[in-house]
Ligand binder design. Structure first.
Ligand code: CA
Length: 398
């Protein structure tokens, strides 16, 4: 490093240290300035004081917010981990375990048990993954620092109102760094709009009440326009030479029009079978014309509104089909190196560990440490060096 670069680095370092120190001193005054708007938003002064007492910012959250994932995951990797045999088996067990509640939920909100349980499985792994960030700290930090303070203040005040109303105990309220929490991973304002007290104890508790959580998910989908008389969609067979440019979830055509274009269900059944020919449906091809293709109906949009990503919606939709007894998609993904289930991810981490790589906890999550180890092994094996762990690497390491 030359002298100029060294001085620049030193200056930057001082600047960053100064910024962190500034953040510590600015946070109390920022919180103080939020008392009046919080009061106007329905948070009593004593509640504000009680729930923000001793609150410190978590500046690490701002790094999370600004760090775009450098690693764009192919959809087959995403789905391989979210909808694996483990998740299907556990979903079936939860369907049986909560059958009575799920039947009542379906009767009241018109959303079937498999769909509700599929959302639960993808959102929080059936209540096993809530996130670890105390919500008042995470949302307090994002209300005072970072680029979206106005939005996060709305969520922060909603959090304080939820605590003030006594729905959830303060020490139980943890979630993602961005504020989604509980079995359903609702944001606080979504909680206020849609959470349900289904076990009748007077509290809407998405942390510790499974009936409340399942009913809240069904209520969300109901309000998003769920139609109990329709499916989410289905996999289709495309006719040779179909032009799919411009088609997508939002570009709906009548099922009869798709039938006229030559689309069929897998196995050759009519796309209109069991549905009105005028039913609007969009053609989704998440990996292009050579991969699996789906006609998606209005219910897919309802699932999509839960988390605004088509890959996410497809994971829930597919898991719900698997819970109804369907198999994997009929059309393979257009890759010669398929994705790994969570069990296979844990296996590849174990194998990497045995080869002397430090990959941290064997948790099935392929983070930075695992990717560094994957690159090293790909180099050693003469494979293309991508940092992505798939079936090819797993086979080679076995
Ligand atoms: Ca309750």
């Amino acid at each position: 490093m030359n002298a100029m670069k060294y001085l620049q680095a030193l200056w930057l370092c001082m600047l960053l240290t100064g910024a962190a120190a500034q953040a510590q001193t600015d946070f109390p005054s920022c919180l103080y300035s939020l008392r009046a708007p919080a009061k106007a938003a329905g948070v009593r002064e004593d509640s504000f004081a009680r729930f923000t007492q001793g609150l410190t910012p978590d500046m690490g959250i701002l790094d999370k917010m600004s760090n775009q994932p450098e690693f764009k995951m192919p959809i087959w990797d995403y789905l391989a981990a979210l909808v694996d045999e483990e998740r299907v088996a556990e979903g079936l067990a939860q369907l049986a375990r909560h059958k009575d509640v799920l039947d009542k939920v379906a009767a009241q909100y018109g959303v079937d048990a498999a769909t509700v349980v599929a959302v639960w499985g993808v959102e929080s792994n059936f209540g096993q993954t809530f996130g670890k960030y105390p919500l008042t700290q995470a949302l307090g930090t994002l209300s005072c620092f970072g680029p979206r303070q106005t939005y996060f203040r709305g969520e922060f005040f909603a959090t304080l109102r939820i605590l003030q109303a006594g729905h959830i105990a303060p020490e139980r309220l943890v979630g993602s760094w961005a504020g989604a929490f509980g079995h359903t991973q609702f944001m606080p304002t979504t909680f206020e709009r849609l959470a349900q007290d289904f076990d009748g104890d007077g509290r809407r508790d998405l942390m510790d009440s499974v009936p409340d959580a399942l009913a809240s998910t069904a209520h969300f989908l109901n309000k998003a326009g769920w139609n109990p008389a329709q499916v989410w969609g289905f996999e289709v067979q495309l006719p040779v030479g179909l032009d799919i440019s411009g088609e997508g979830r939002k570009h709906k055509r009548a099922l009869s029009e798709w039938a006229a274009k030559g689309l069929t269900q897998m196995g050759g059944g009519a796309v209109t079978s069991g549905l009105a020919p005028s039913t609007p449906a969009g053609l989704m091809t998440p990996a292009g014309a050579k991969g699996p293709a789906f006609l998606v109906l209005r219910n897919f949009d309802a699932i999509y509104s839960y988390n605004a990503a088509e890959s996410y919606g497809l994971a829930i939709a597919h898991l719900s089909d698997r819970l109804r007894g369907a198999g994997p998609f009929a059309t393979p993904w257009p890759t010669d190196d398929a994705g790994l289930s969570r069990a296979e991810r844990r296996e590849i981490q174990t194998l990497l560990n045995q080869r002397g790589h430090d990959i941290g906890v064997i948790d099935g999550m392929l983070g930075d440490k695992t990717r560094i180890a994957v690159r090293a092994e790909q180099t050693r094996l003469g494979q293309e060096v991508t940092g992505r762990a798939g079936q090819k690497l797993l086979r080679a390491l076995r």
